[in-house]
Design a protein around this ligand. Sequence first.
Ligand code: ZN
Length: 251
Amino acid sequence: MAAGTLFGVGFASALVIFAHPDDAEFMCGGTVASWVNEGTEVHYCVVTDGSAGSNEPGMTREVMVPIREREQRAAAEVLGVRSVSFLGFVDGELQVDLETRRAVTRVVRRVRPEVLVAPDPSRLWFANRYINHWDHKQAGTLALCAVMPDAPSRPQFPELLEEGLEPFEIPHLWLASEDADTYVDISKTLDTKLESLRAHESQGTADAAEWVRERARERARELGEEGGFEYAEGFKTFDLRDEDVDMAEPV
Ligand SMILES: [Zn+2]
């Protein structure tokens, strides 16, 4: 079973919403590469500026921002991502408020993706080895806000209507989650995922840090075991299409 074939056909378009440069590659880089190979038009929306991505003494947020933007563009290019929107909210301080909800909704209404991919905001931690970053939870919640009510509701953010951005109902939501019900076979695209991670040099993913990619490979192997593939990525998926509409006009 290949990516996206659960519904008989691949997705025409996808939008990945995530907090920091490199999150998407860790979360779903193999899936993105598979979808692009199948003809899906994939877009990225990076919510923060990545400015807190270094603990090096003397490094400033101002210096980090362009570095991380450049690295994210390079990683997206490896995967064949069509566009990257940088919303530029401060890394480490992300809030779910009207400003951030409007900014994410603007991108969703512009891209109008068949599937929205985002981190699972309910994860406080992963196994006994990683406490989930605050921004990741906020980015996930922002994606859910876009699904309901922000993107489809006309009264939400009327200023977006003035920009020509009409309401849009997102048909599918895929959350990168420990609570997965759908696995994408990334056996053929794992190398591309690892190559895209290499682009995030400031995050220690380049040659000097083989262990980062080894950890990503190990995680893909674990998820592959769960999903019945050599390597996989896992998602909790939602089919949000209106049943009445489906019956009237099958998609
Ligand atoms: Zn992150």
